[in-house]
Ligand binder design. Sequence first.
Ligand code: C2O
Ligand code: CU
Ligand code: CU
Length: 531
Amino acid sequence: MRDLRMSRRRVLEIGGALGLLAATGLSGAAALSRRPPVTGAELRSAVPLPPAFSVPLPIPAVLAPVSTSGGVDRYAITQRETTAEILPGVRTPLWTYGGTFPGPTIEARRGRPITVTHRNELPVPTVVHLHGGRTPADSDGYPTDLVLPAGWPDATHHGHGGHAMAGMHDPRAVHRKLTRDYTFPMDQRSSLLWYHDHRMDFTAPAIWRGLAGLHIVRDDAEEALGLPSGSRELPLMIADRAFAADGSLDYPALDPTLRGQPGVRESYLAGVLGDVILVNGAPWPVHEVDAARYRLRILNASNARHYELEAVLDDGRRLELVQIGADQGLLAAPVTHTSLPIAPAERYDVIVDFAGVPVGSLVKVVNRLGSGRTGDVMAFRVARKATDDSRVPAVLSTDLPSWNRADAVRVREFSFRAGQLNGGHGWLIGGLPFDPARSDVTVGLGDVEVWRFVADVHHPVHLHLVGFQVLSRGGRPPLPHDAGLKDTVSLRPGEAAEIITRFDGYRGRYLFHCHNAEHEDMGMMANLEVV
Ligand code: C2O
Ligand code: CU
Ligand code: CU
């Protein structure tokens, strides 16, 4: 990809992006003023769905280490098929980490390394990526670094990186049979991360089937703040799904075995949306709370669905959402919102105070971008008065980097647009579909760079290895929810945004890509080599 200056051609390209919007049913100026709320097409479930706010909110279990000796915490996770009751009375086959969806939560301490041994008992190869992890490249889950299930033919020695379909050759792919150790130094800020499958061409359906879990990094400085904790700290993994008549998760895969032909049926090329909103794997759940402050650690683990979250009381009043953290940990100072947009893979750390809410009443978390049942997410029932000694300090962290445009050794620009892939529809970065063997971007370890992204439709753009700051959006200062250190920035249709980061940490082969998982599988990914 090239370094570009703002040019006449750029302007024309942005015009082209709007042209695509026109092709999807919106025309030029109208597209910008009336952006479509989502990019993707919705599947309709074929089983009866439960009423909202009737199923209790599950909290994913925290995984116990198998050993803590030698300064390393060791964990073991078996990836396996199971059946779970997600909708009351309906049995749903899943692909899971350790038998549950979401998978077990890993709790790590900053600076204390962990090793997770993953064992693949699924019928297809897998790859584990710790999203937001500052991870050496050999444990980062490059999409061709496969863990092969028993009996899977290993094509590596035939000169294929195990990727027969598109005939792509990846000489650097490292395959393991059955198990693989992933080592995470955890030399990073306290934050909510998540782990998920990352196999080339098949990430979207694998996550959809259940391969996602939470990973929390904690440290002393954060614990000293006095934020709500224990049962008043709630991880919330939001994900939409749809259910087929037999109870299975519906997904428009061209090859439902996920072994051969990648991709989805034509009407879902822009992204797969479900009509059921799950939080921690439960449909529109409800959770009983004290009339006190809670810390909500929200992840959008949906493939393609964007949400705009609000907490609404019975009388229509909205509770403040006090943002204390972003993708990569605590903000410098709290930012108060009444409405919070969240794109796939983004995280927000939010304090909600239920103290003023009448006991017995319901606080609904709604999605302003949804309609009908996708307009609801979950609810809190305020059950009792309670004492509250938690605090939300005015200063949350003092270790955030402060990069300036003047520090950048270069500016790069990338378009995120629809295009051709193997003669069909694809999603491209800088006009090219992903090729593991191609060199796209090479950065120097320690260099500060500014990257400018331009989008046609919604594209949540994610960089591996580093956190970044949003410098500008649509030629203007960033929005309030762009605050802090992020690893995913949500580009809206026709929008351009700039980020700034230092490529710190480790040398090696990483990625950047769109986190609309269908776009990612259909080419919208590129190599980032740190040298
Ligand atoms: Cu969650 Cu490469 O991403
Ligand atoms: Cu990632
Ligand atoms: Cu995209």
